[in-house]
Design a protein around this ligand. Structure first.
Ligand SMILES: *[C@@H]1O[C@H](CO)[C@@H](O)[C@H](O)[C@H]1NC(C)=O
Length: 260
């Protein structure tokens, strides 16, 4: 009983972790209602025009007239950019007049590149100088990639852990324990790196950008937490199971030995 109860409990939490981690992955990959509302970070140009002007850069009419025009083609800065794991979308809001970039494995969030590629007639060198002065670029550059891979592999690990628990077999549960433990670590480190990166990127106010944490980040944290909660139950089920397996067979009817 204890074994099945623990197993069910761990399955529940590993299932929740898998769903949460997958949700974090699907953010911005398409325009459907679920994907478009999930993002790792939000980027708003704020008063970037004023700061560009202070630097002697051309900054007249930098906002896009057509908010759903193609991104990365100097067609104007968008009101709001939402950053996903594989790319980003930009437009008037999360709901309408928006468009997305192509999705790439291992996308790295670089606010200056996003703005630079949308600015009409931008002096990209001066823009980069402006950004590097505030240490904005190094943050994303250094850590975004590892965080992406840790989270991506972590997602697979908790998914495999959940599927493995469905096999209700002792060896399978040990394997699930392995994947869940590493999945927990990978997701935790990935989420921590992203949180630290975005904390650093918050300091982009000096260049007029407003960068805020997105819900996908909390999904990764929640997936990590859910895996952690599922672990003790999983190990309990392994332990209870092994007791039954090792002792039960030798002693005959396990339930009559009073070992429970
Ligand atoms: C805005 O750009 C998109 C994509 O290029 C195009 O389909 C749409 O017709 C444009 N809208 C206007 C009002 O020009």
């Amino acid at each position: 009983m204890l074994r099945l109860y623990s197993l069910g409990l761990s399955q529940f939490f590993l299932f929740a972790a898998t769903v949460l981690a997958i949700l974090a992955n699907v953010g911005q990959v398409s325009q459907n209602i679920v994907a478009r509302n999930i993002y790792l970070a939000k980027l708003k140009p704020g008063n970037v025009a004023q700061h560009l002007r202070e630097e002697g850069l051309t900054a007249d009419n930098i906002m896009a007239n057509n908010q759903s025009a193609l991104l990365q083609k100097n067609q104007g800065v968008r009101n709001l950019y939402a950053i996903g794991m594989y790319g980003y979308c930009g437009g008037k809001s999360l709901k309408d007049e928006r468009t997305c970039t192509e999705m790439n494995f291992g996308y790295v969030f670089e606010p200056d590149v996003i703005i630079g590629e949308d600015l009409p007639n931008a002096d990209s060198k001066a823009l980069q100088d402006l950004f590097s002065r505030y240490d904005i670029k190094p943050y994303a550059r250094k850590h975004w990639h590892p965080a992406f891979y840790l989270t991506f592999i972590g997602t697979i690990f908790v998914g495999v852990a959940f599927i493995t628990t469905c096999l209700i077999h002792l060896a399978a549960i040990a394997v699930a324990g392995f994947f869940a433990s590493f999945g927990f670590l990978l997701l935790g480190v990935g989420a921590a790196i992203w949180t630290a990166d975005l904390y650093g990127l918050n300091n982009s106010e000096p260049v007029g950008l407003v960068i805020t944490y997105g819900n996908a980040l909390w999904f990764v944290w929640a997936a990590c937490g859910s895996t952690l909660i599922g672990l003790p139950a999983l190990f309990t089920s392994t332990y209870a199971g092994r007791t039954k397996w090792d002792d039960g067979i030798e002693r005959g009817n396990y339930y009559q030995t009073g070992a429970y």
